[in-house]
Design a protein around this ligand. Structure first.
Ligand code: HEC
Length: 122
């Protein structure tokens, strides 16, 4: 048998890499949500995290399609990156700019869209 050419490896390798990127992004978003968001927004994203007992403004229920569809992806990106005050909401929603990259935040926006099973306007 003839040895495989190196270009075959490169092509197969590139294909494997590209095909796993969406899966990795999804996993990373779920991890980030579990690490940084659940204490307020709840394990199920329903706004019932362990912090809420003493909070004067309650965290958004991310499974609430009616509320979540009222926000554009840009607004959701902004509120995650710059905190509640960025969209005239409570300071109790922290800013995550120093913790996550823009790309991670964009992936989180997609994760929230899955939780609410909604998109902007519907
Ligand atoms: C310390 C508690 C806390 C943590 C941690 C937290 N949030 Fe929030 N979040 C809030 C509160 C409170 C609000 C509601 C603010 C308001 O209604 O004025 C909010 C609102 C939001 C909103 C706005 C929804 C809307 O349309 O009103 C989004 C989006 C959001 N949070 C995403 C996240 C994500 C993603 C994370 C994790 C990276 C996170 N939050 C972590 C407390 C928190």
């Amino acid at each position: 048998m003839r040895p495989m050419r190196w270009s075959t490896f490169v092509t197969v390798g590139a294909f494997m890499l590209i095909s796993t990127i969406p899966a990795l992004a999804k996993e990373r978003a779920e991890d980030n949500y579990r690490t940084y968001c659940v204490q307020c927004h709840g394990m199920q994203g329903n706004g019932k995290g362990i912090n809420i007992r003493d909070m004067s403004v309650l965290p958004r229920d991310h499974t609430d399609a009616k509320e979540m569809s009222a926000r554009s992806d840009d607004d959701i990106f902004k509120v995650i990156k710059e905190g509640g005050v960025a969209i005239n909401k409570s300071v109790l929603m922290p800013a995550w700019a120093d913790v996550m990259t823009d790309e991670e935040i964009r992936d989180l926006v997609q994760h929230l869209r899955k939780l609410c099973k909604c998109s902007y306007g519907k």
